[in-house]
Design a protein around this ligand. Structure first.
Ligand SMILES: Cc1ncc(COP(=O)(O)O)c(C=O)c1O
Length: 386
């Protein structure tokens, strides 16, 4: 049996005719950049998330970049975020000449630790933004984070690249605080046919600035008020996303069901005493989409050997992320060293993403669990990895 980490062909097959018709309609219209499909998507995402404004852009990375540009974040400013995230979260800050300040993660949720954030806020001057990342499709502790931010008068910008469709008691991921962004990279729960992204924000003036900067600060044509970039979203991407968006909640529920199946199967095989399983901090708060499992992450003893064993058994897995950002070569000048963020470092060394997508079958999940059981039967370990 083969179990890929993700199989997008299975999602595409039932939507193929509709998607191809939508692409053909864009081709016939020859309105290829921005235009009505992008406006339709912006309105749909704003309505779906409850965000005041949504601005379609070329990628999740560009969404963050243009937002930070619109907020005027630059040299002399500091931005606090987590070192255990995709590179773009910190890369955008560095590209604008602002200083990245990392705060360690919570070991159970992998999201920014509130005590660590508090400490970073206390010892950093000129903090212009706090960026929690709703990692793997589950929200950070937004109540505590927004409370702390309010005490310090700092805006909270949500990296919801992995979390469109995820909810928190305070609202939809990416639309809880002043502003946020989503990625529609194909492996996200809502994936385009290439790169695409979206910025959301509360303030109408900020939305206008973002719209202008998305198109080189140009209004009218060839008259430039400020230096922006080409962050425009293609109509074909928006047309595909407009077809897929109505399915997002069903897909999210499907992923939650697969996560629940893993949980009970690991328990049945006694593996929940060996592995650290994902936590669901917002379950039981009355919010249905409290985790959308963009990734199902386990903590696994002998992680690298397990990954090799699974690969040989035809099972896909991935390490998100093998080297925390404070130890990346390009951030050496920030002066961080090994040991500075022990929880991020431990997570990088121990975690593994297993296949999770709505079309995954029970037989495939049983096979994954059985193979993990076989691995630990061969290489017994004592306690849980948490
Ligand atoms: C947490 C996080 N932030 C930002 C991004 C950047 O999004 P994109 O790949 O669309 O530029 C990603 C995408 O992988 C992500 O996972």
């Amino acid at each position: 049996m083969r179990v890929p980490l993700l199989d997008l062909k299975l999602q595409y097959a039932p939507l193929k005719a509709e998607i191809l018709a939508a692409i053909e309609a864009v081709a016939d219209s020859q309105t290829l950049v921005l235009g009505p499909q992008v406006e339709k998507l912006e309105a749909a995402v704003a309505a779906y998330t409850g965000a005041g404004h949504a601005i379609g852009v070329s990628s999740g990375t560009d969404a963050q970049l243009v937002l930070l540009m619109a907020l005027g974040i630059g040299p002399g400013d500091a931005v606090i975020t987590t070192p255990y995230t995709f590179f773009a979260t910190a890369g955008c800050v560095e590209r604008l000449g602002a200083r990245i300040v990392f705060a360690d993660i919570d070991p159970l949720t992998y999201n920014i630790s509130v005590p660590a954030l508090e400490e970073a806020l206390a010892k950093t001057s000129r903090v212009k933004a706090i960026i929690p990342v709703h990692l793997f499709g589950c929200c950070a502790d937004m109540q505590a984070i927004t409370d702390l931010a309010a005490q310090h008068g700092v805006p909270v910008l949500e990296d919801a690249a992995q979390a469109l469709g995820c909810a928190h008691p305070l609202g939809a991921a990416g639309a809880i605080s002043e502003a946020g962004w989503y990625s529609f990279y194909p492996t996200k729960n809502l994936g385009a046919f290439g790169d695409a992204g979206m910025v959301t924000c509360r303030d109408a003036k900020l939305a206008d600035r973002i719209r202008s900067l998305r198109n080189h600060g140009m209004e009218p044509r060839y008259y430039h008020h400020s230096v922006g970039g080409n962050f425009r979203l293609d109509a074909i991407q928006a047309a595909v996303l407009n077809i897929k968006l109505p399915h997002l909640d069903t897909w999210g529920a499907g992923r939650r069901a697969k996560a629940a199946y893993y949980r009970s199967a690991f328990h049945k095989h006694g593996l929940d005493c060996v592995l650290g399983l994902p936590t669901e901090p917002w379950a039981g708060t009355g919010v249905e989409n409290h985790h959308i499992y963009n990734q199902f992450i386990i903590r696994a003893p002998k992680r690298d050997a397990l990954r090799q064993f699974l690969s040989e058994a035809g099972i896909g897995s991935e390490i998100y992320y093998p080297l925390p950002l404070h130890l990346q070569e390009c951030f050496q000048s920030l002066g961080y060293k090994t040991g500075d963020f022990p929880q991020a470092e431990k997570a990088a060394a121990e975690t593994l993403a297993l296949p999770v997508f709505p079309e995954l079958t029970e037989a495939q999940q049983e096979y994954v669990v059985e193979k993990i059981g076989a691995f630990y039967a061969l290489q017994p370990v004592g306690a849980a990895a948490h």
